[in-house]
Design a protein around this ligand. Structure first.
Ligand SMILES: C[S@@+](CC[C@H](N)C(=O)[O-])C[C@H]1O[C@@H](n2cnc3c(N)ncnc32)[C@H](O)[C@@H]1O
Length: 489
C-alpha cells in the first residue's frame, strides 16, 4: 500500500511535531488482542476506523516493527470526534482534547506528532475522512486489508454500516474486529450482532473486543458452528432485549433527570449569555491589547537595548553595592554599638532627668532665696546711697581737712624750721652750757678759792638752769601738742 494513493505530499513532511508533546490518551488502546491477532495473521495491511490520538494504531505499529513485518496501517478518522464528544464540554478526554482553534479541532496534529515522536511515519498512513467515504475510496482502489479495526462512531446504525462497508475490503482469512462490546455501548453490541446474524457469521470475544473472522470455505463443522452461533445470537438478542428493557427504564429515569437538567441548563445558558457578553468585551480588550502588544514589541526592542546598557550599569552598581554592603555591615556594627551606648545614655538620661528635677526644685528654692536677697540688696542699695551721700559729705569735709592739713603742714614746716632753729640754739646753749659746766668745774676748783664768789655763781647757775629747763619744757609741750593734732587730723 503506497501512501501516495491517499496523499500527494507526505503529511509528516516539515511538520513541527515538537509543538505537541507526546499524548497517547485513548480507550483500550493497548489491548492484548491487537498483538495476538497480528501474531496470528501476520498482516501486510491494517485499516483502523477511528484513530483519535493514535493510541491503538501506535500500539499495533510498534508490535509490527518489533516483529519486523512489512505492514502499513491506514488510519481513517475525521478527527472531529463522535456524538459523545460533544455532550460534556468539560470532559478533558473528549471535548477539551479535540483542542479547538477558531471552532475547528486540532487533535489531528496531536495524532501526527505522536506518530513522529514514536518514529512510526513509515508504518502509519493518516486518512482524514469520514469512514463511509474512505471505505468507498479504498474499495474503488481495490485496497484489501488483513485486519480491520472498527472503533469510530458507537451508534448502532453507524457500527453496522462501518462493519458492512469495511467487510468488503477484508481479505479472505482476515479479521474485522472492534472495541466496547459491553453494556455501556449498546449501539456497538446491536450493530455487531445484527451484522453477524444478517450475514450468518461467527463472532468471538476477548476481554472487551469482538472479532469476526472472514473464513474462505465453511466446512460442515463450520456450518454447525454457524448454526450454533446463530442460536447463540438469538439467545444474545433475547439478552439484549432484556438489557434494552432495563436501559429504557434507565432512559426514562434519565429523561426525568434531564428535565431538571434542562431547567438548570436554562439558568446556565443565561449565565452563559452573560459570560458571552463579557467574553466579547474581553475579546475587544484582547484585540486592543494585541495592538498594544505590537506597539510594546517595538518598545521592547528599544527597552532591550536600554536593558543591556542598564545591565552593564547594574554590574557597576552591584560592585558599588557590594562595597556599600560591606560599609553597611560596618555601619550596622557601629549602629549596634551606638544602640548599646544609646541604652546607656538613656539610663543616664533618666538619672539626669531625676537630677534635673531635683535641681529644678533647688533652683526654685534658690530663686526664692534670690528674691529675698534681691529685696535685701534693694535695702542695701538704699543704705549704700545713704553711705554714698555721707561719703560725699565726708569727702568734701576731707577736702576741707586736707586743705587745713596742708595749711597745718605749712605751719608745721614753719614750726619745724623754728624748732630746728631753737634746737640749734639749744645745741648752742648746750654747748655753751657744757662750756659753762666746764667753766663750772673750773670754777668749782676755783670755788675753794672763790667760795664767796661761788654762792653768787651758784645762784646764777641755778637761775640759768631754771630758765633753761622751763624753755625745754615749753618746747616739749608745743611739740607734743603739734604731734597730737597731726595724728587726730
Ligand atoms: C473512540 S475514538 C477512537 C479511539 C482510538 N481507536 C484509540 O485507541 O484511542 C473514536 C474516533 O472515531 C472518530 N469518528 C467518529 N465517527 C467517525 C466517522 N463517521 N468517520 C470517521 N471517524 C469517525 C472520532 O473522530 C474519534 O476520533
Amino acid at each position: 500500500m503506497d501512501i501516495n494513493l491517499i496523499h500527494k505530499n507526505n503529511p509528516y513532511e516539515s511538520f513541527d511535531y515538537k509543538r505537541y508533546p507526546l499524548d497517547l490518551q485513548g480507550w483500550g488502546s493497548t489491548d492484548q488482542n491487537f498483538q495476538s491477532l497480528i501474531e496470528k495473521i501476520q498482516p501486510s495491511l491494517i485499516i483502523e476506523v477511528g484513530t483519535w490520538k493514535g493510541g491503538s494504531a501506535i500500539f499495533m505499529a510498534e508490535y509490527i516493527k518489533k516483529l519486523n513485518l512489512d505492514c502499513k496501517i491506514i488510519c481513517i478518522d475525521t478527527w472531529l470526534g463522535a456524538i459523545e464528544f460533544y455532550s460534556d464540554k468539560n470532559d478533558s478526554s473528549r471535548y477539551v482534547s479535540l483542542n479547538f482553534e477558531n471552532g475547528y479541532p486540532k487533535v489531528y496534529y496531536q495524532f501526527l506528532a505522536n506518530v513522529m515522536h514514536k518514529n512510526l511515519e513509515n508504518i502509519i498512513i493518516p486518512f482524514p475522512q469520514t469512514s463511509s467515504l474512505a471505505a468507498r475510496f479504498l474499495l474503488l482502489n481495490h485496497v484489501q486489508a488483513d485486519m480491520i479495526y472498527i472503533d469510530a462512531s458507537h451508534d448502532e446504525e453507524d457500527v453496522y454500516k462501518d462493519i458492512n462497508n469495511y467487510w468488503q475490503l477484508l481479505r479472505k482469512n482476515g479479521v474485522i474486529f472492534g472495541d466496547d462490546y459491553d453494556e455501556f455501548w449498546p449501539g456497538v453490541k446491536l450493530g455487531v450482532n445484527n451484522f453477524v446474524s444478517d450475514n450468518d457469521l461467527g463472532l468471538t470475544f476477548t476481554n472487551r473486543q469482538w472479532i469476526i473472522e472472514h473464513k474462505e470455505v465453511l466446512s460442515k463443522r463450520s456450518l454447525n458452528d454457524v448454526h450454533q452461533k446463530s442460536r447463540d445470537n438469538k439467545k444474545l438478542a433475547l439478552e439484549y432485549e432484556r438489557d434494552l428493557f432495563i436501559l429504557r427504564a434507565k432512559y426514562s429515569q434519565l429523561v426525568e433527570q434531564s428535565d431538571q437538567g434542562k431547567q438548570n441548563l436554562e439558568v446556565l445558558e443565561n449565565c452563559h449569555r452573560e459570560e458571552l457578553s463579557k467574553v466579547k468585551m474581553l475579546e475587544q480588550l484582547l484585540s486592543e491589547s494585541q495592538k498594544e502588544l505590537e506597539r510594546s514589541k517595538s518598545d521592547n526592542i528599544q527597552l532591550k537595548q536600554e536593558c543591556e546598557q542598564k545591565n552593564q550599569n547594574l554590574e557597576v552598581l552591584e560592585n558599588c553595592n557590594r562595597e556599600e554592603l560591606s560599609k553597611v555591615t560596618m555601619l550596622e556594627q557601629r549602629l549596634s554599638e551606638l544602640l548599646v551606648q544609646l541604652e546607656r545614655f538613656k539610663s543616664d538620661n533618666i538619672q539626669l532627668i531625676r537630677e534635673s528635677e531635683q535641681r529644678e526644685k533647688n533652683l526654685e528654692a534658690l530663686e526664692n532665696s534670690h528674691k529675698e536677697k534681691v529685696s535685701e540688696v534693694a535695702i542695701l542699695d538704699l543704705r549704700l546711697n545713704e553711705f554714698l551721700n555721707e561719703l560725699e559729705r565726708s569727702n568734701s569735709k576731707n577736702i576741707q581737712l586736707m586743705q587745713e592739713s596742708e595749711q597745718r603742714k605749712k605751719n608745721l614746716e614753719v614750726l619745724e624750721n623754728s624748732h630746728k632753729e631753737k634746737v640749734s640754739k639749744i645745741v648752742m646753749l648746750e654747748q655753751r652750757l657744757s662750756k659753762l659746766f666746764k667753766e663750772l668745774e673750773k670754777d668749782k676748783s676755783d670755788a675753794k678759792k672763790f667760795s664767796f664768789e661761788s654762792g653768787i655763781y651758784k645762784e646764777k647757775y641755778e637761775n640759768l638752769m631754771f630758765n633753761y629747763l622751763s624753755v625745754v619744757r615749753s618746747k616739749k609741750w608745743l611739740f607734743a601738742n603739734f604731734l597730737k593734732k597731726i595724728i587726730s587730723g
